[in-house]
Design a protein around this ligand. Sequence first.
Ligand code: MEV
Length: 329
Amino acid sequence: MKVIGRSPAKVILFGEHFVVNGNTAISMAIDLPTQVIVEDLSNKSIHISSDNLGVTATFSRDGKTTQVLGPNAESILRPVFETASFTMRKFCSAGRGMKIRIASSVPVGMGLGSSAATAVATVAATAALQGKHLAKDDIFDAAYTLEKLVHGRPSGIDQATITHGGLIMYSNGKVDDKLNVPEPPRFIIGNTGKGRSTGELVAKVTKLRQESGATYASIASEAQEIAEKASRALRIGDQRAVGGLMNQNQRLLEMVGVSSPELEALILAARGAGALGAKLTGGGGGGCMIALVDQQASTRVARHIEEAGGQVIEGKFSADGVQSFIQEE
Ligand code: MEV
């Protein structure tokens, strides 16, 4: 028997970084799937491979690698091993061997939640293989607990969006609300192709908050107001207002130092081509930006983002969060 865990990716529409320190953020699941395919292995090891990254590693149950293939295979795949082991210890009887194959369409390290998508799908698939169909809250808790071990102070918004799907408002480690909207907002995603570390960018904002508390507090309070206004605008489908608020949010992200010239080139190109609003999404520093578009402007905005050096990714709304399916052979 094989089990497939399938998760969406995510874009943050409002409030990234500020959400780490208690603000509200709004994020949306997008239909860029990550599939984690798991099956039993007769020996007790855990064999993991990633199709996209071309890496393979076999781990013994106590975490030693017995076989490693491909550049940085161990550091790339160890978090997956930790996720599967944790899930088995917490929810199932540990001790079985397992083969895990990852096939993802999410670019790695670009702010679209690639590591959360793999972790969430791994938790769901590992438990389902052992006969446990976990509740969404348990999947989120497991993926968030693991992320805290790796990254120090994540907000958990990536794991929550990818687990639950849809459009969510999130703060302080929980989903405050699922936003029902007349029509999902339509985004063009522009990838700068410049990799960066979310952990380092979060540390940069933390340093600013520690060194200039009053300045940070006033920027964060403006970000909170923007997120609250945006939730109202999204609920009534006022796309123009949503776009204007995205532009204001981008300015605050520039003030805390997480934008970059590459991101700003794509953001300006999108706005110039008729996007209703544009901002970076996720950790910033590189990675991706999003542009809110109506149907007429969509093709033109995509073309201008490409001409400014970005790679365009379609960011269709995904109402579904993580799912797992049994594939009988
Ligand atoms: C990363 O997708 C979003 C950040 O706010 C970090 C976090 O919330 O953990 C930058």
